[in-house]
Write a protein that binds this ligand. Structure first.
Ligand SMILES: [Zn+2]
Length: 540
């Protein structure tokens, strides 16, 4: 009897405490939301036409999406009248892993409305991921960040710059490293087959290595072996690697990068659509420019790099090898059957050894040295640059018609292929500052290549679906509140090839996990970014 009384008493006390807590919690004038975004036109990422709704945010997530939110219920209100409200853009193709520890503010991406950056593309990633993620978690960042695990990084660790196929032991070591990175949270496996040492690997090696993803999940992303005359074979190789392993294939920065194949989009859509019809999940990403950016080594015959830098320098002292290299560079980079001045089509973006070359074309550099601007002298200049550790350069090599045609494909998403930049440093490709606003201003508003809703889908739910992100890329209750508010009448990229360090216009507010990180042209300094882990990640 007495015990029952005690139980009853304790129960009553609990109920009383509960009621007091409830009253106290509701007291601050019924603030249900940390933030409300009101009166905007919502383009929700699905591709559906815009609709009017207010968005209520609590603890970093969207908790209400309805016609009207009582503004009294929100601690803070963002007025979005006249603005489009879209999910934060997800850039599936970046190299942000290289320096996100140094530039965790992600300003050149926030300013474009990008809230999630995926690094580790083109076969290279910051190894080991567990360490990178731990450091990032500790120091914080303003954007969300995830990474792929790169083949070149893994192969070089196990095999150095060997050209030969891996031994059974080397293969098993590479698989262990890939498995380790997948378990650390990689979203997939990337290759860069135009780069070292990926260029030395066979299709069989890649099929075997990618088989790790059968156990771990994740997707295969590839910078293909060839994006010019042999692009069809390269696409078929990419598809084979995914198809043999039953994993999705993402073809990176899709382009027809050689004037010999311009306007032959069927070389891409043919094999891709056949594969999709067979049930192979193949998707593409693209940036909206006619110039690429990379180093010069992929223009060389690849065998001269075997064994590493010293061997390469030794070989270049052999006049016969030197001439062979020169001929290859002239053929790959400096000749045109359409009469294009190739020396003016290459700009040096960043060079540690020759900073005064930055922003100049090869023609301008040769002229400033008092040399004849000939392909021959151009090739000597390129060899000199690579001997001194290479430089990153910008190469004009695509046709605008192809850029548009590839963009319209329903399975093409937008990816910048850029990286984190410090304002004013070097002479980077403008895609680092302008990719996403350029799509919205140039390709949606000015040229009407895409509808606004379709463009947003390619920047949000399509990459989210490709990476199987369940809580980003759409505006829905329960999703993370990554949002961009922009003015559809003025949004535009300002970065140019001549003057790349320029923030875009018309991106008014950017929210990452419910917090405002970009406000009317200014970075707010908040660091709400989270790590985006892949499917095999277990621990926190
Ligand atoms: Zn690439």
């Amino acid at each position: 009897m007495k015990q029952n009384f005690l139980k009853l008493g304790a129960g009553l006390v609990f109920i009383l405490i509960f009621l007091i807590l409830l009253v106290f919690n509701c007291r601050p004038a019924g603030k249900i939301f940390d933030l409300a975004v009101v009166n905007g036109r919502v383009v929700d990422g699905s591709g559906n036409p815009w609709f009017r709704a207010d968005i209520g945010i609590k603890d970093g997530k969207i908790v209400a999406l309805k016609r009207r939110i009582n503004q009294e219920e929100a601690k803070e209100v963002l007025e979005a009248e006249g603005l489009v409200v879209a999910p934060g853009f997800i850039d599936i193709h970046t190299h942000a892993d290289r320096n996100i520890l140094e530039i965790p503010s992600c300003e050149n991406y926030l300013s474009q409305g990008v809230t999630t950056l995926i690094g580790g593309n083109c076969g290279g990633h910051e190894f080991p991921l567990a360490e990178l993620f731990a450091r990032l978690k500790k120091q914080g960042m303003s954007c969300n960040f995830g990474s792929l695990a790169g083949h070149n990084t893994i192969r070089e660790r196990v095999m150095g710059m060997k050209m030969s196929p891996p031994t059974a032991e080397e293969m098993s070591k590479m698989k262990d490293l890939l498995r380790m990175e997948m378990k650390a949270g990689a979203l997939g496996f990337s290759t860069g087959l135009a780069y070292l040492p990926g260029t030395y690997s066979s299709t069989e090696e890649l099929i075997e290595l990618a088989s790790v993803l059968r156990e771990t999940g994740g997707f295969y992303a590839t910078h293909m072996r060839n994006q010019g005359k042999k692009i069809k074979q390269a696409i078929e190789e990419s598809i084979a690697i995914g198809e043999k392993n039953g994993i999705p294939v993402q073809i990176s920065h899709i382009k027809l990068a050689d004037e010999e194949v311009w306007n032959q989009i069927g070389l891409i859509t043919g094999p891709v659509e056949e594969a999709r019809a067979r049930g192979v999940e193949v998707t593409l990403d693209e940036y909206p420019y006619t110039a690429t950016s990379s180093g010069f080594t992929s223009s060389f015959p690849q065998d001269v790099f075997e064994g590493g830098k010293e061997k390469f320098l030794e070989r270049m002292n052999d006049p016969e090898i030197y001439q062979r290299v020169k001929a290859t560079i002239i053929k790959n980079r400096l000749t045109s059957s359409r009469g294009i001045d190739k020396l003016s089509a290459i700009i040096i973006a960043r060079s540690r050894k020759f900073p005064d070359y930055e922003g100049k074309t090869l023609r301008q550099i040769l002229e400033s040295k008092g040399q004849e601007p000939t392909p021959d002298n151009g090739a000597d200049l390129i060899i000199e640059i690579v001997k001194e550790g290479d430089a990153s350069a910008i190469f004009f090599q695509m046709d605008e018609k192809d850029v548009e045609a590839l963009m319209k494909l329903p399975y093409t998403m937008i990816g910048s292929d850029g990286g984190l930049q410090e304002m004013g440093k070097g002479h980077p490709h403008p895609r680092n500052y302008g990719t996403f606003p350029r799509i919205l201003g140039e390709y949606v508003r000015n040229r009407q290549v895409l509808t606004l809703e379709e463009a947003i889908r390619k920047m949000t739910s399509l990459p989210a679906q490709t990476m199987r992100l369940k809580d980003r890329g759409l505006i829905r209750e329960g999703m993370y509140a990554d949002l961009v508010l922009f003015d559809p009448e003025t949004v535009s990229d300002m970065a140019t090839f001549q003057n790349p360090h320029q923030y875009s216009r018309g991106i008014v507010y950017v929210l990452v996990n419910g917090q405002v990180v970009w406000q009317k042209g200014k970075y707010t300094g908040k660091k709400p970014g989270k790590i985006i882990y892949g499917p095999a990640f277990s621990g926190q």
